[in-house]
Write a protein that binds this ligand. Structure first.
Ligand code: UD1
Length: 444
């Protein structure tokens, strides 16, 4: 199966590329390891929240104003491309983003745009709820398992929608009077299905209950924005969310929460390399499980006037076991980075992945750098080694790619991370942010 990295790099807002110009997604990052990091890294708005907030804009004809939006990410670019295709008017400058969905021209989200990013499935619920119909291509995204969308579809059917799958498209129609409130019990905790159904329920007739709902901070932030838009929602952050449908929603202003995964990634970078790093605009309360495990490993994180200060307490970090779980458990999106950290730890750590199958693609690459990792089923034993060695590596998903960058920061000699396409999907200015705190890193 082709991965996203193999089959696409371009989109509407990319600077035009002639055949002689190399698209930036195929660039490499070169790192010479060994520098401790000192200084300040600003944390961007959360990608996994901003993408959904953009979809929420489809629920109203009034203008939405977002701040702290990670606009330079490739995934944000793909989402803008999709919303513009649907007919939205969008402007963005710096971290400000304005979206108006008053003149929607089509209810179809085409394969060419949706295949780039799984987050685009989140237009399904809002389109269906506001316009009564939607046609959305089955999504692409990182190549981390099969990632079905059955729970999104079943939930919308329980709200009265008629859904057929045809030639790779989800065709959805609401009943004549609009979607109906429903009691939906998710068989498994899903971030995306919870968000799609939450948005759909805001404009449905009557009350909806989402049971076994996901509790991620990004969902709470989306829900708080929906409440500002006039939605009636209770239970955000718990496993049971109740939504009383309203006739229409209004525009509002909303600031995107800081990215907890970017924050966790730079905490590990600081801890692995030594030194002291301050993370600006980060939120400690969304990282409890990660910080608990990092503290056991020997990384200290303290809060200082809204910033986080990270330092390593001991000469060599300790091996610690982790198991990924839905929030508030250890996030699957931090698993690869944690594993990169364990490669150099004193002792061993076991990493168990329970959310996605096929999410150990970084393992062979880390082993090529000298790591000692053995995978058995959905667990990996990482035995700490005395130093990694630089190598040429490549990964085909976002967090796997960044784990290789982390390994490169401490490896002896030069590491080349090929095809930075995936990094650019989820990390704003990663080369600049690491370079400014002392890493020897550059694009090549
Ligand atoms: C979101 C995040 C992703 C993160 C993941 C889990 C975005 C854009 N992406 O992805 O970074 O790794 O949450 O925290 O926010 N599943 C089904 N049927 C469905 C939906 C999901 O079986 O209809 C399964 C998935 O295959 C997976 C599990 O449920 O095994 C959890 O997936 P889900 O929480 O839905 O992940 P995403 O929303 O796709």
């Amino acid at each position: 199966m082709p991965t996203e990295a193999e089959n696409t790099w371009d989109n509407a807002e990319s600077p035009s590329q002639s055949s002689s110009t190399k698209p930036s997604g195929l660039d490499k990052i070169k790192i010479i390891g060994g520098n401790p990091l000192y200084g300040t890294i600003p944390i961007s708005g959360a990608k996994n929240c901003a993408l959904k907030l953009m979809c929420a804009s489809l629920l109203t004809g009034e203008t939405m104003y977002f701040e702290n939006s990670p606009n330079s990410l490739r995934d944000m670019n793909s989402q803008r491309e999709l919303l513009r295709y649907l007919g939205c008017k969008i402007e963005h400058e710096g971290a400000a983003l304005t979206i108006n969905a008053d003149n929607i021209e089509t209810y179809t989200a085409p394969y060419d745009i949706v295949r780039k990013m799984r987050g685009s499935i989140l237009v399904l619920g809002p389109l269906l709820a506001r316009f009564g119909e939607a046609k959305v291509s089955l999504p692409g995204g990182c190549a981390i398992g099969t990632r079905p969308v059955d729970m999104h579809i079943n939930g919308l059917e329980e709200m009265g929608a008629t859904i057929t799958l045809d030639e790779g498209y989800i065709n959805a129609k609401a009943p004549a009077g609009g979607l109906q409130g429903a009691k939906i019990l998710f068989p498994k905790v899903s971030v995306g299905a919870t968000e799609n159904l939450l948005m759909a329920a805001t404009l449905a007739n009557g009350t909806s209950t989402l049971a076994n709902a996901a509790r991620e901070p990004e969902i709470v932030d989306l829900g708080q924005c929906l409440i500002k838009m006039g939605a009636k929602i209770t239970g955000l952050g718990t496993d049971t969310i109740r939504v009383e449908g309203v006739k229409a929603l209004n525009g509002t202003q909303h600031s995107v929460i800081p990215d907890r995964i970017e924050t966790g990634t730079y905490i590990i970078a600081a801890g692995m390399t030594g030194g002291t790093v301050t993370l600006k605009n980060a939120r400690i309360d969304t990282l409890s499980s990660v910080l608990g495990h990092l503290s056991q490993a020997g990384i200290e994180v303290t809060q200082n006037n809204g910033d986080l200060v990270v330092s390593r307490e001991i000469e060599r970090l300790r091996g610690v076991d982790i198991m990924t779980e839905p929030y508030p458990g250890f996030p699957t999106d931090m698993q690869a980075q944690f594993m990169a950290m364990l490669t150099g730890a004193d002792g061993a750590g076991m990493v168990t992945e329970t959310i996605f199958e096929n999410r150990f693609m970084h393992v062979p690459e880390l082993n090529r750098m000298g790591a000692d990792i053995t995978v058995q089923g959905n667990s990996a034993i990482v035995r700490g080694v005395n130093g990694l060695k630089g190598a040429e590596v490549m990964a085909t998903d976002l967090r796997a790619s960044v784990s290789l960058v982390l390994a490169g920061l401490v490896a002896k000699g030069e590491t080349t991370v090929n095809r930075i396409y995936h990094l650019e999907r989820g990390y704003e200015d990663i080369v600049g942010k690491l370079g400014r705190v002392g890493a020897n890193v550059r694009k090549a």
